[in-house]
Ligand binder design. Sequence first.
Ligand code: MN
Length: 147
Amino acid sequence: MVQRKRVYRAASYASGYFRVNTTILLIEDNEQNRYLATFLLEHRGYRVVSAPDGSSGIECAFALLPDLILLDIQLPLMDGYAVAQALRANAKMDHTPIIAVTSYAMVGDREKCLEAGCNGYIEKPINPETFVTEIEGFLTAWGRRSG
Ligand code: MN
């Protein structure tokens, strides 16, 4: 049920045909970042659901089985690394790309994100010019790999 013709879909993101059926879960505590990311993705035709903290994000992830998860690393109580680990601990998330979004500039953070189970990394501040294109790159790459 989770896997829905991913190869065909990946080839079609650019055409826009599948965007309306593509759900992106955004786990982000900062309201301005949530607003900007949601605006950019919805404008492009994606369905966006957002959660303001790790535990509600995890709950949403298992309830929705989104096509991609955007995960802020700096979250209150439960940080993004812990969220990624909790998601990856469940086989239901085996086929869901998790992309870390973080302003951490320290060396080693990318590796830490990947070790926690993320598949990629987008740096903050969100660049409106490239944000959606970067995400579509991950959707396409993931579709080719797991389709
Ligand atoms: Mn944050």
